[in-house]
Design a protein around this ligand. Structure first.
Ligand code: AMP
Length: 438
């Protein structure tokens, strides 16, 4: 991870000298305390700072799924940020919203414009939302200058500029010059040290957490700092390469691990099975073997699929059948977990008291291979009813839970996939560390 450590931050941040005193008077009220690697970081929230008459620059994560005709397809992240926006407006301040959307690769591209999101927000809030065609530059400054208390301005996609992801100092300074107070409510991006999440805090303070950020951190901290056991993690998705560190760091904390989705095939192959044309990361086979050994040594329960739905093509209408994982013919590929695997997962889920799930169990975008993922969503909803704490992170798994209609039956559906996993691993999130006060 490329995040700056809190120590590095305290040597180079420019914090206003009187802020500590002002903050201290409010700290007892809403301070966010995050235990990370034996230390505790303290962060202020929007309840701790005076907002009246201020221009409040809020980093939100409005990186929401969009339909091909540029409509908001899932508004969870927008809805979850509304309390922060409303609170700031109610204090007699104006709000400047900044976010990224998709991967425009550092260039303006209308396909990734935040304008439809600004319009959606205006409808949701029944309140006008002005829109700036860029996130920096003289026109933006002019629009910011003209803001009055109660106004909302949304800036264009931060990632139209490569400097955003590069955490460029000048770009961060430019962004910082737009507001009087900085609020980070973008939990979903907090695991990235970008100009709008980390760099900016060296130039604009106070820098505090919004309500979405606070809710996520409070929940995740309470659920897993001293988890009710057994503690089960269910991981899926296409590849292990993106989740190796997660698996490695979670192992000592959890009691059992279920691996599904495409990445299960690399583990099955590492155990010597023939897996036909299923997705496999040949270069990760050794690592998969090491992880298997490690699980054995740690006496943790490790569950891989026992059967799967195979297809002769990567198409929804491909020929398909259910086979044991040891019987995948060549020319066929595993695209979902099978019914016996769902039964095994059910047993693990029923036993567990804390369950974390990230990543689909199959190619859930295709209805014929979505069953395993939807079944896991159902099992988690049942476990929640029976008293387990259930946490779902990641766009795909959160979407599956919503699609299956179980969103309100899960203890916590996180707005962050990577961010929630890194937090659960015990890693420092740079976006959160940047808000820390001494
Ligand atoms: P990730 O971004 O790593 O969480 O992966 C999510 C993607 O994994 C989804 O788009 C799924 O379609 C894909 N996926 C899940 N299971 C499989 C599988 N068995 N084979 C290929 N892709 C899969």
């Amino acid at each position: 991870m490329n995040g700056a450590s809190p120590a590095a931050l305290s040597t180079c941040s420019r914090r206003s000298p009187d802020f500590g005193h002002r903050a201290a008077a409010h700290v007892a009220a809403a301070v966010l305390s995050v235990p990370i690697h034996e230390t505790t970081m303290h962060t202020l929230t929007i309840d701790d700072v005076l907002l009246k008459g201020k221009k409040v620059l809020v980093r939100v994560d409005f990186n929401v799924p969009m339909t091909p005709d540029m409509k908001v397809a899932d508004d969870k992240r927008i809805i979850e940020s509304l309390p922060t926006i409303r609170r700031i407006l109610s204090q007699g301040a104006s709000v400047i919203l900044m976010s990224h959307l998709g991967r425009p690769k550092g260039r303006p591209n209308p396909e990734f414009s935040l304008k439809p999101v600004a319009d959606y927000l205006a409808t949701l809030m029944n309140h006008p939302v002005q829109f700036a065609k860029d996130c920096i530059g003289p026109e933006v400054h002019e629009m910011v200058r003209a803001l009055k208390p109660g106004d909302i301005l949304m800036l264009e996609n931060l990632r139209y500029h490569p400097e955003e992801e590069a955490n460029d100092e000048n770009f961060a300074k430019e962004l910082g010059s737009l507001g009087d107070v900085y609020v980070n409510d973008a939990f979903g991006t907090a695991h990235r040290a970008h100009a709008s999440t980390e760099g900016i805090t060296h130039f604009l303070r106070p820098a505090v957490a919004g309500y979405l950020m606070k809710k996520e951190i409070d929940y995740l901290t309470s659920a897993v700092s001293n988890p009710a056991r057994p503690y089960l993690a269910i991981l899926g998705g296409a590849k292990i390469s993106g989740k190796i560190d997660v698996i490695h760091n979670l192992l000592p904390k959890i009691d059992a691990l279920v691996i599904g989705g495409g990445m299960a095939f690399t583990f099955l192959r590492a155990q010597g099975l023939e897996i036909g044309d299923s997705i496999v990361e040949e270069e990760k086979l050794e690592l998969a073997k090491d992880l298997l050994d490690q699980m054995r040594e740690l006496h943790k329960r490790f569950i891989l699929p026992v059967d799967c739905v195979i297809a002769d093509r990567m198409e929804n209408d491909a020929q398909r059948k259910v086979v044991p994982v040891s019987k995948i013919p060549s020319g066929w590929r595993g695209l979902d977990i099978g019914p016996e695997t769902v039964k095994v997962i059910n047993m693990e889920v029923r036993r567990a008291k804390t369950i974390v799930w990230n990543g689909p169990m199959g190619v859930f975008e295709m209805p014929n291979f979505a069953n395993g993922t939807l079944e896991v969503a159902r099992l988690l909803a049942e476990a929640t009813k029976a008293g387990a704490k259930t946490i779902v992170g990641g766009g795909d798994s959160a979407a599956a839970v919503a699609k299956a209609g179980f969103e309100t039956q899960i203890s916590h559906v996180s707005t962050g996939g990577g961010a929630s996993l890194e937090f659960l691993e015990g890693r420092t999130l740079p976006g959160l560390a940047a808000l820390a006060i001494e």
